[in-house]
Design a protein around this ligand. Structure first.
Ligand code: FAD
Ligand code: HEM
Length: 311
């Protein structure tokens, strides 16, 4: 439990940390990933190289500090973050590593000794948030493991079929190498996929929406090869160009809250570009249901040329 003095200290330093937000988060990630290189197989190194570093973590700690008097307002966001963490197999010991590097980063960026009460206060706040998240994640892992066909962490899958949908988009059909059951999932959910990226020499995880309704036999993901300034995306390009039927990859269990909220109502699915993948699964899910009940009106609108800003 944070003391009122610690809360005051934290509240006083929020503006300073916010002003130095980018410096702090860049410093933190560089410090942690250079000293614990194995964590590169957990973080999205595409975010590191294109400048959009994964600042979310430190920003979330700041948001927690801002709401230190009533952190319950952050619960929905915390649940979403924990789902992402579970999808990436983040475990309790990882929190100690992150905590250590975050506190040292605050100390080094603000030139405050580690023994200072300010670092103590931030340490206590981090511990509180970490404990809440570890507990939430533990419950999600337990829930996943007890589902029919479910599992927690990474599971080995084989590419059993590959279909070129367009020159830049491939669908990959994935079956568990152990030939055991697969869980049901909600159309709209995503999985994390982890593969070795030859150009990096280590593994990288990415999220992909499941692009079919559940069928008990295979998962399907549909991947667009990302390319910006002639630079191919690490994972999408490897999946699209190099990986073939028979190749193995690691997959985490279906996750996420994006889904059709009420299948008995009329549903309008609007999407664009590769963003149609979860919609295809939802549409399939809705039409499967409709075989046994009355058919709701489904409008499916998609355009690969939809403008980013609507008039
Ligand atoms: C919940 C969720 C669901 C998703 N579902 C899908 C899906 O169904 N299908 C799908 O295709 N994607 C999906 N994605 C996106 C996917 O996770 C990846 O982000 C995407 O495949 C790109 O990953 P990458 O490793 O290929 O690109 P990265 O290597 O991570 O690069 C990201 C982008 O930055 C560019 N870039 C990187 N470095 C440079 C540089 N030095 N200079 C210029 N540009 C650079 C890359 O070309 C690329 O465009 C989903 C994401 C989420 C979060
Ligand atoms: C209190 C501690 C933590 C907080 C507040 C936090 C916060 C966040 C937030 C806000 C996101 C973005 C979620 C999203 O995009 O949906 C995120 C993603 C992520 N977090 Fe955490 N996190 C914490 C601890 C950890 C730990 C211990 C690890 C593992 C070492 C970790 C690894 C990741 C990874 C890999 C991602 C995906 C983003 C990417 O790779 O770019 N986080 N976290």
């Amino acid at each position: 439990m944070l003391t009122s003095q610690q809360k005051t200290l934290i509240q006083q330093t929020i503006p300073v940390l916010k002003a130095n937000g980018t410096v702090l988060t860049d410093y933190f990630y560089h410090r942690m990933l250079s000293q614990v290189p194995e964590l590169r197989e957990t973080f999205n190194m595409g975010h590191q190289r294109d400048g959009k570093q994964a600042k979310a973590l430190a920003n979330a700690v700041l948001a927690y500090a801002e709401n230190i008097d009533d952190p319950s307002v952050l619960l929905p966001v915390i649940t979403m973050i924990c789902q992402k963490h579970v999808s990436l197999n983040i475990q309790a010991p990882d929190y100690s590593i992150v905590g250590e590097h975050l506190l040292h980063s605050i100390s080094e960026v603000l030139s405050v000794p580690m023994e200072d009460e300010l670092i103590g206060a931030w340490g206590a706040a981090y511990q509180e948030l970490a404990a809440l998240m570890i507990d939430t994640e533990k419950k999600i892992y337990a829930q996943l493991a007890k589902e029919q066909g479910g599992w927690s962490g990474w599971r080995e899958f084989t590419i059993v079929k590959k279909v070129a949908e367009t020159a830049k988009v491939s669908s990959l059909y994935l079956a568990p190498t152990d030939n055991l059951a697969l869980p049901d999932y909600l159309p709209g959910q995503y999985i994390s996929v982890r593969i070795n990226v030859p150009s990096l020499g280590y593994k990288q995880p990415r999220q992909y929406s499941l692009s079919t309704a559940p069928n008990g036999q295979f998962f399907r993901i549909t991947v667009k090869e990302e390319m910006l300034s002639q630079e191919p995306g690490y994972v999408s390009s490897t999946l699209h160009q190099q990986m073939q039927v028979g190749d193995l990859l690691e997959v985490s269990a279906p996750m996420g809250d994006f889904r059709v909220k009420d299948a008995t109502k009329h549903n309008v699915l609007i999407s664009a570009g590769i963003g149609i993948t979860p919609m295809v699964a939802m549409l399939e899910g809705l039409t499967q249901k409709d075989n046994s009940t009355s058919l709701p009106a489904i409008s499916f609108f998609m355009s690969h040329k939809m403008p980013h800003t609507m008039p």
